[in-house]
Ligand binder design. Structure first.
Ligand code: SAH
Length: 394
């Protein structure tokens, strides 16, 4: 196995089991590993530190897998991690929920592998060359454990380019999924377009947060901004909301949302969907003098990196200010950030700033986080990305 030598003084993060090693921490590589090869990482004195996937095209030159020198990083090693991740989701999957994330990359000890379950189908994203090499074994193990009708490769993420990988959108095993795969989450049905939909097709990371928000929706008038295919909208209507307005810029998302209303036999007269830019629509609703009891703000990632945080904070502030201004006194704002670079304390500051600008009083009454199928590994805080606050606004 090829050896990679660490620079002097760069051991700390490796010893703390952080799974990323940046190229700048490498002193030299003995030999010529191919991208995706498994290599041995040694410190400057030649002592073993970890095994990891090598890739000289990525800023993260090594994705560390194992810190036990005696472990063999063979097919069984990967099969075991796949099985462990799948088993840990058994709490989530039941008669009322047949969709969730089965494997969440570094957090499940498989750096660069994401697997989402949509009823009988699996959608896979392969984001590192190391995982790409192991896919035959991983697919075989997933088939053994789950017997899916089909496994679809949804690896059209831009991060693949950082690893020098081409983008994919193909079937890896079994059948090509039908255009719409019907899933159920917390007793609510959704049509998922795996091939055309955003990310791998559905934002299952908001499962618990949609449910919790809807507990407050009975008899209320709600505005669901960045609704996608209706996660918050459908939960609220199912829980007896008086009226829900959903806003999203994607025509496909709005179309699917309307179909989802029908799929759940919900009352169409209690719902309207607007295809529009949220910032524009919030201003328009304000000019029309509209007010709501609940406003949901679940925008896409505004801060892709730490360097974008200042600009993103201003965007989050403006968005939340507009949301607050549309609330009745005593109304609820359910507001989210899926930017890993924005931590919960910074997000609270942004909301305090938005409240001042809006001239409103805000209480934080509940803190949202990512659900158990998106675990945060103690040694990998970067995996924590989704946070939110339920705010009472006076
Ligand atoms: N709340 C959703 C997930 C939201 S994902 C759920 O529970 O499933 C973010 C959504 O924001 C996407 O559907 C995307 O189409 C939409 N979006 C992105 N930018 C937008 C904008 N400027 N105005 C309106 N919608 C936008």
């Amino acid at each position: 196995m090829i050896e990679v030598i660490l620079k002097k003084g760069k051991e700390k993060a490796v010893l703390q089991r952080h799974p990323w090693l940046f190229s700048g921490a490498i002193e030299r590589v003995k030999g010529k590993p191919a991208n995706g090869d498994i290599v041995r990482l040694l410190n400057d004195k030649g002592a073993f530190m970890a095994y990891g996937f090598y890739n000289d095209q990525s800023r993260v030159a090594l994705r560390l897998l194992e810190w036990d020198e005696n472990a063999e990083i063979n097919d069984d090693w990967f099969r075991k991690r796949v099985a462990q991740a799948v088993a840990s989701r058994s709490n989530i999957l039941d008669a009322k929920t047949n969709t969730c994330r089965l494997i969440f990359s570094e957090a499940d000890y498989l750096p660069g592998l994401i697997v989402d379950k949509y009823a009988d189908y699996l959608a896979v994203q392969v984001l590192t060359s190391g995982i790409e090499n192991m896919m035959p074994v991983i697919i075989d193990e997933l088939q053994k454990l789950l017997k899916p009708a089909g496994i679809f490769d949804k690896s059209d993420a831009s991060s693949r380019e950082h690893e020098g990988l081409e983008t994919h959108n193909t079937v890896l095993a079994g059948n090509y999924p039908p255009e719409i795969v019907q899933v159920i989450e917390n007793g609510i049905s959704y049509g998922i377009n795996i091939a055309e939909g955003q990310k791998s097709g559905f934002y299952c990371d908001q499962r618990d947060n949609r449910h919790i928000t809807a507990l407050h929706a009975k008899g209320k008038k709600m505005l669901d901004c960045f609704s996608y295919t209706g996660g918050f909208t459908l939960n609220a209507l199912k829980n007896g909301a008086a009226f829900v307005t959903s806003v999203d810029s994607s025509a496909l998302a709005i179309d699917t949302l309307k179909q989802n209303i029908g799929l759940n036999n919900l009352d169409v007269s209690k719902h309207t969907a607007i295809q529009s830019d949220v910032n524009k629509q919030l201003r328009a609703l304000r000019e029309q003098g509209e007010k709501f009891d609940i406003v949901v703000l679940d925008p896409p990632k505004y801060a892709p990196s730490r360097s974008a945080l200042d600009k993103a904070s201003r965007a989050y502030k403006d968005l939340n200010r507009l949301g607050m201004l549309l609330l009745e006194s005593g109304g609820l704002l359910a507001t989210f950030s899926c930017s890993g670079a924005m931590d919960i304390d910074t997000f609270k500051q942004v909301l305090a700033w938005a409240a001042l600008d809006a001239g409103r009083e805000v209480q934080f009454i509940y803190q949202f986080c990512q659900p158990e199928d998106h675990p945060v590994r103690a040694s990998f805080p970067e995996g924590e990305y989704l946070k939110g606050l339920l705010c009472r606004v006076y």
